[in-house]
Every structure is written in structure tokens, then in C-alpha cells.
Design a protein around this ligand. Structure first.
Ligand SMILES: Nc1ncnc2c1ncn2[C@@H]1O[C@H](COP(=O)(O)OP(=O)(O)OP(=O)(O)O)[C@@H](O)[C@H]1O
Length: 302
């Protein structure tokens, strides 16, 4: 990390995102592409018989094409709920999710979710059939082309030779690879991943993070990734939104494209992790009444 980056890191500049964009108008507005996915003041709630649980409160997010955008926050802060709303499974009580300027009102093949659970693959279908099925069922491709595309993506995740086996014959990591191949084969506008590696052992999890980054290098998809692991957020993401405890609000946004698996043991990486930990937990204790919104430059790789 260079001195200037360290300086930026140790003295984060806090400013409200909306103020920043206003201050930089119109020059930056003309230069920046439009976000692919936007959360516009999204409030999400669950109504149970006895109470209403507010999961997130007025969340604003801009995800650009090619981003590996991570939602990071403590357990129960509403990360999965945000992802489900982006997928179209849940409707906001306030605000909206917008994809290429169009409000999201229902699930669609332009947004595919990979979940944490290993049982997301129908067990009666082979690996290949699992990847082919959504392509054909959604009308994206006729069967023979779907088969070709499925094999292409199975090859990308290193599972072409397992095409004819059934999910129960695979390890947890292999099942997640199939789920990723199935999602990428659909060539969605955005891939949504909800703690996809959380149920894996530490070594496999690391390997999967590495493979995901390799795949991103090859395919350059847009990713919205949920985790509560600070390390995973820094490694996987190029941008990270830090959410407060429930109801989740955006407390800060961090540029994390500097970090990868090779930096994860280093001193600078540890310092960044600790800094994020403080932002997530200590600032909240100091300022319980509200969200601290900030954009923090932590330097960059390229
Ligand atoms: N179906 C539901 N009905 C009622 N409350 C719910 C429901 N699903 C989630 N919640 C509540 O909404 C809040 C946000 O949940 P969510 O699963 O989005 O959090 P999270 O940040 O993804 O947590 P974790 O990291 O533990 O998965 C939590 O307080 C949770 O208890």
C-alpha cells in the first residue's frame, strides 16, 4: 500500500453519498455510466402475525456493470433480505430496486441467485440436466444449444467430466460449482450470491473464492455478493457496502479492489479488516441513533 493510500485509509473521509454526487455534478454525472442495479431508498419489512420486523431502512446502492459488489454486515442486518428484494422475491415497503432503469417487481432470468444451501440442485437430475433445465424452461435456448452452453460453463468450473453424475455424488464445493455454472449459463445481467461458501470448510471456501475471481476475470459478470465475513468481503469484492445492525442501513462504502487472496495474510490487510470491524461495530455504539453514511477510498490495485 502506498503512503497516499494509507493516508486515505487511516483518515477516511466521511460524507453523505448524495452530497458527494451533488457536489460533483455535472462533470462526473456525464462521465459515469448509469448504474446497472440501484437500490433507491429501499426499506424492507416482514409482517408476522404479532409484529412488523423492519429488516432494512432506506438503503441506497449503485452497482455498476462488472462490479463485484459486496453487502457486508452483522448477522440479521438484512443482507439476505436485500438480495431477495433485488432478485424480486420481496417487494420494498418504501423505495425500489431498479435494473437498467426498470423497477424490479418480480423474479426474472436477468437476475440469478446462488444460495448457501447445497440442496439447491434437484437431486433427480444429473449435473448436466441441472444446468440445461433453466435454459430450456425459460425459453432462452433450444435443448441442443442449451446442452452446448451448459457443457461450456461446466468446463469453466472444472466439472465437465462430472456432467452425468447426480448431485448426491458430489462434494459441497462441487455442488456450489454446479450452482455457479447453472447461474452463469443463463448469462444474467447480475449474479446474486447469498453467502455461497459459508457452509464449506475453510480450505474449500478459499479455493472457491479463488475460482470465483478467476471466473470473473474470464467472464466479467456483475456480482452482488452477501457475506458476514470481513475477509471474504475484501477478497471477493471490488466495492463493499457496510451495513449497520438491523434495520440495515448503509454505514459506509469501501473500495476494496486492492485486496485479493495473496494479500489476506499481510499487515495492511489485517489493518483494513480491523478498521472495517470498528466501522461496523464501534461507530454504531457511539452513534446509536442513526446511520453514518460514508464513502471511503482505500486505494486501489490498478
Ligand atoms: N421470513 C421472515 N419473517 C420474519 N422476519 C424475518 C424473516 N426473514 C428474516 N427475518 C428477519 O429480518 C432480519 C433480517 O434478516 P436477514 O436474513 O436478511 O439478515 P442477514 O443479514 O442476511 O443475516 P445472516 O447473516 O444471519 O444471514 C432479521 O432480524 C431476521 O430475523
Amino acid at each position: 500500500m502506498t503512503d497516499s493510500l494509507l493516508q486515505g485509509f487511516s483518515k477516511p473521509v466521511f460524507s453523505k453519498p448524495r452530497d458527494v454526487s451533488r457536489a460533483l455534478q455535472p462533470a462526473v454525472e456525464n462521465a459515469l455510466p448509469a448504474p446497472l442495479l440501484q437500490a433507491r431508498s429501499v426499506t424492507l419489512e416482514y409482517a408476522t402475525r404479532h409484529q412488523v420486523v423492519r429488516a432494512t431502512h432506506r438503503v441506497d446502492l449503485d452497482v455498476y456493470e462488472g462490479d463485484r459488489f459486496v453487502l457486508l454486515g452483522p448477522s440479521g442486518c438484512g443482507k439476505s433480505t436485500l438480495l431477495k428484494a433485488a432478485a424480486g422475491f420481496i417487494r420494498p415497503v418504501e423505495g425500489e430496486f431498479v435494473l437498467r432503469g426498470r423497477p424490479i417487481r418480480a423474479p426474472g432470468p436477468d437476475r440469478i441467485v446462488v444460495f448457501q444451501e447445497f440442496d439447491q440442485l434437484p437431486p433427480w437430475k444429473t449435473v448436466l440436466q441441472n444446468v440445461v433445465f433453466p435454459l430450456v424452461a425459460s425459453g432462452r435456448l433450444p435443448r441442443h444449444q442449451a446442452r452446448e452452453r451448459a457443457l461450456h460453463y461446466l468446463d469453466k468450473v472444472g466439472l465437465a467430466s462430472f456432467a452425468d453424475v447426480f448431485p448426491h455424488q458430489l462434494s459441497g464445493g462441487m455442488k456450489q460449482r454446479v450452482a455457479i455454472a447453472r447461474a452463469l449459463a443463463m448469462q444474467p445481467e447480475i449474479l446474486l450470491m447469498d453467502e455461497p461458501f459459508a457452509a464449506l470448510d475453510a480450505l474449500t471456501r478459499r479455493k472457491m473464492q479463488e475460482e470465483l475471481l478467476r471466473l470473473w476475470d474470464e467472464v466479467r459478470f456483475t456480482l452482488l455478493f452477501v457475506t458476514h465475513s470481513i475477509e471474504e468481503a475484501l477478497v471477493v469484492g471490488n466495492r463493499v457496502a457496510l451495513l449497520s445492525p438491523r434495520p440495515g442501513r448503509v454505514r459506509a462504502e469501501i473500495n476494496s479492489h486492492e485486496w485479493d487472496l495473496t494479500s489476506s495474510g499481510g499487515t495492511a490487510f489485517q489493518a483494513a479488516s480491523q478498521h472495517i470491524h470498528r466501522l461496523l461495530f464501534e461507530e454504531e455504539a457511539k452513534e446509536p441513533e442513526g446511520a453514518v453514511e460514508a464513502r471511503i477510498g482505500m486505494g486501489g490495485r490498478g
